[in-house]
Design a protein around this ligand. Structure first.
Ligand code: AN7
Length: 358
């Protein structure tokens, strides 16, 4: 195959589609696994970045949405609905536009990043800001989809998980038919950690890989219900994508943790922003804040000696894959708040040279 046909065609045999399923695709997937030289150096391990921000709408949600919209179209749905901290709404809006379906999105008012809001709007979705947080909005769309002929495309829709599991397949394919030793991922509603673990398990069962990774999930400190084993009524974090207090896939996330011998830990907003800037300035990779949680978590564990103590007992460097779930351009406000803003100078050589330190 000389071009990438999208993940449904690529991984068709692993997915619940038939020859008559209409494939709604933007040729999502096939994202790069980037070697992270700086992170490898400071951790002493071999770190890779799975850059999911390079999907068509700029986040991993496209993997789930290609399948969710294909299946919705197959069953004759006219309207899809979701609640979202932003990326799900952007992706649902784009894939619904492509499928010719109506899309309705509920978002927590004032709490989603600018890029995501502009995407949902320009793709023609009916955007309904709600005076409440994500968890409240998810409750509402669940109720609507039960009472009306409206298809829910949040990750409680099993086709979302099926599509998203293909990212685990890709990582193993990219590593030459092997799973990483550790898989690090931000956790919000917990659909993605569920999906990756399912993907690794299936590749293992199909003997495509000989081991499965240890799963490392990271929540933001102010939105860490799974870590604290307690719902959070008013989640708070700069990483708005994972500002979620009652994850829908809570049970399957803790199962992934337990079955893989991994952990789900929390990272502070400061740790998230440090990792966010490190990725941009040392690796050249611009992500949104939530995505940096996977790297912040690995740095935290590395400092505590975790990778030396855990996993295979040999001196070989461990392979750690950090999932970077969304593109930095999703949240330009956060970037501008994290740096010193430049001052304008007169358009004269001497002024420019002075700023350059020449
Ligand atoms: C960039 O868009 O929940 O644990 O409504 O956008 O599968 O929820 C987004 C989640 C991580 C967490 N990184 O994934 C939504 C939404 C980014 C995200 C997550 C999200 P899950």
């Amino acid at each position: 195959m000389s071009f990438w046909p999208g993940l449904i065609e690529k991984y068709r045999t692993y997915l619940p589609v038939t020859a008559s399923t209409p494939v709604v695709t933007l040729n999502e997937g096939n994202t790069p696994l980037i070697e992270a030289g700086y992170l490898s150096e400071i951790t002493g391990e071999k770190v890779f970045l799975k850059y999911e921000g390079l999907n068509p709408t700029g986040s991993f949600k496209d993997r789930g949405m290609t399948l969710a919209l294909s299946k919705a179209k197959e069953k004759g749905a006219r309207v899809v609905i979701c609640a979202s901290t932003g990326n799900t709404s952007a992706s649902a809006a784009a894939y619904a536009a492509r499928a010719g379906l109506r899309c309705v999105v509920l978002i927590p008012e004032g709490a989603i990043a600018l890029g995501k809001l502009s995407q949902a709007l320009i793709h023609g979705a009916t955007v309904i800001p709600v005076k409440g947080n994500f968890d409240v909005a998810l409750g509402l769309v669940r109720e609507i989809s039960q009472k009306y002929p409206v298809t829910l495309v949040n990750s409680v829709n099993p086709f979302r998980i099926e599509g998203q599991k293909t990212a685990a397949f890709e990582i193993c394919d990219q590593l030459g038919g092997a799973a990483p030793d550790f898989h690090s991922i931000p956790v919000g509603n917990a659909g993605n950690i569920t999906a990756y673990w399912k993907g690794y398990r299936e590749y293992f069962e199909h003997q495509k890989i000989r081991s499965k990774p240890v799963m490392l999930g990271f929540q933001a400190q102010g939105a860490a219900p799974i870590v604290n084993n307690r719902m959070v009524a008013n989640p708070k974090t700069i990483a708005t994508a994972i500002k979620i207090g009652n994850p829908a896939s809570w049970q399957t996330a803790t199962a992934a943790r337990q079955e893989s011998g991994g952990l789900i830990d929390k990272v502070s907003d400061n740790e998230i922003i440090s990792a966010y800037k490190l990725l941009a300035q040392k690796e050249g990779v611009f992500v949104e804040p939530a995505s940096a949680a996977s790297v912040a978590g690995v740095l935290k564990l590395s400092k505590n000696g975790y990778f030396k103590k855990t996993g295979k007992k040999n001196s070989k460097k461990k392979i750690i894959v950090c999932v970077l779930t969304g593109h930095g351009l999703k949240d330009p406000d956060c970037a501008l708040l994290s740096v010193k803003k430049p001052k304008a100078v007169p358009a004269k050589l001497e002024n420019i040279l002075k700023v350059m330190g020449l």
